[in-house]
Ligand binder design. Structure first.
Ligand code: KG4
Ligand code: ZN
Length: 347
């Protein structure tokens, strides 16, 4: 077959599931022509977390401009777009609806196929942008503010969920401990920075592995242990070292994430572990997984940091593969705040 005659496929992607208003343009799924992210972090910071109503309002104010910026930076117009991918879940319902409504309006107005994208799948696909040669199957550890999943990705859109958090997500635990330590929001990057200077062995916080054969996670016990440590130090009038607590807490989280991912790779005979989501930006986790991976002969992949946290380029990559499979939504597409990773296939 002569590839030169093949037409390029252009994807416009929209992401508004939480506090980033984002749009991107991709060529043939893995080549990013533009990736515009407008973060609302400064607005939510003063509340110590994302305020859903404020997030929706800000998305509405920004979305048209962000989409136009993405098209302009890519040097294209809507006439060039072959598919519009949009995150329809999981996420904050009011925030998701802004992206979904915008994508539907553009799809209807210009008669462009509308592709429904699962946000968790999007995080995984960030790795296909980072590594153009990467192909499934592999083990994927998805660790973000809302999700902690250990998944065996058999093929595009085909997932076997091995384990998930039973309570807090990994990023959520980082954010809550950061708040208890009087640091800002989001807490993950701040703890990550302090952990570099702190002593990771200063406090022996629990490593929660659950049952022997379980790939599930639980971070609420660890969170309580850290809060108890802070309270009892305060009652005894003992000074604590914020750096040491940050480093010891982080060590506890990343050890469990690393060991479970390595065990899953061995059990599933996978030579590759792919990490995704905001917590994949954590330098401690990156170092530990790479070190352990080398020892076990495993190939460890992370997206670059800008592709770890929420962005629309990853949504565009997922949109491309769903578009190729004919996974197109009608104009009755709705936001699904609790959408599960495995549900993407059912569409
Ligand atoms: O993927 P993401 O942008 O949004 C969700 O889909 O949830 O992830 C945001 C989460 C926040 O909890 C944030 O604290 C965490 O990722 N995060 C980090 C780091 N950067 C972001 N956690 C640990 N270390 C980091 N460097
Ligand atoms: Zn996310």
């Amino acid at each position: 077959m002569n590839n030169n005659t093949k037409k390029d496929i252009i994807t416009l992607a929209i992401e508004t599931s939480c506090d980033e208003t984002a749009a991107a343009v991709l060529k043939n799924g893995r080549q990013v022509l533009s990736n515009i992210i407008s973060s609302q972090i400064e607005i939510h910071k003063k509340f110590g977390g994302v305020v859903p109503e404020v997030a929706s309002r800000k998305h509405i104010e920004n979305i048209n401009m962000i989409v136009q910026n993405a098209l302009d930076e890519a040097g294209i117009t809507l006439e060039d777009v072959d598919n519009i991918g949009v995150t329809y879940g999981p996420g904050l319902v009011g925030a998701l609806l802004v992206g979904v409504s915008t994508a539907k309006a553009l799809a209807f107005g210009k008669d462009i196929p509308l592709v429904p994208v699962n946000h968790i799948e999007g995080h995984i696909y960030a790795n296909f942008i980072e590594y153009p040669e990467l192909e499934p199957p592999f083990i994927c550890l998805v660790v973000s503010g809302g999700h902690t999943h250990l998944v065996y990705m058999k093929d595009y859109g085909d997932y076997q969920l091995l384990g998930r958090t039973r309570d807090d997500a990994a990023g959520e635990a980082f954010d809550k401990i950061a708040r208890a330590l009087g640091l800002g929001y989001p807490g993950g990057p701040l703890i990550d920075k302090l952990a570099v200077i702190g002593n990771k062995n200063a406090v022996d916080f629990p490593r929660v592995y659950l049952e022997e054969d379980s790939y599930d996670f639980s971070f609420s016990g660890l969170k309580s242990a850290v809060l108890n440590y802070l309270n009892s130090s305060k009652q005894k009038g003992e000074e604590i070292s914020v750096e040491d607590v940050a480093a010891s807490f982080q060590q506890s989280v990343i050890e469990v994430l690393t060991e479970k991912a390595i065990k899953a790779a061995k059990q599933m005979n996978s030579k590759t572990i792919v990490v995704a989501g905001g917590v994949a930006a954590n330098q401690g986790l990156r170092n530990m997984l790479i070190q352990r991976g080398e020892k076990e002969g495993l190939d460890i992949r992370f997206p670059s940091k800008v592709l770890c946290t929420d962005n629309a380029a990853m949504i565009g990559c997922s949109s491309y593969y769903n578009f190729l499979k004919g996974n197109i939504a009608g104009l009755d597409l709705n936001a699904v705040p609790n959408l599960r990773l495995e549900e993407q296939m059912a569409l």
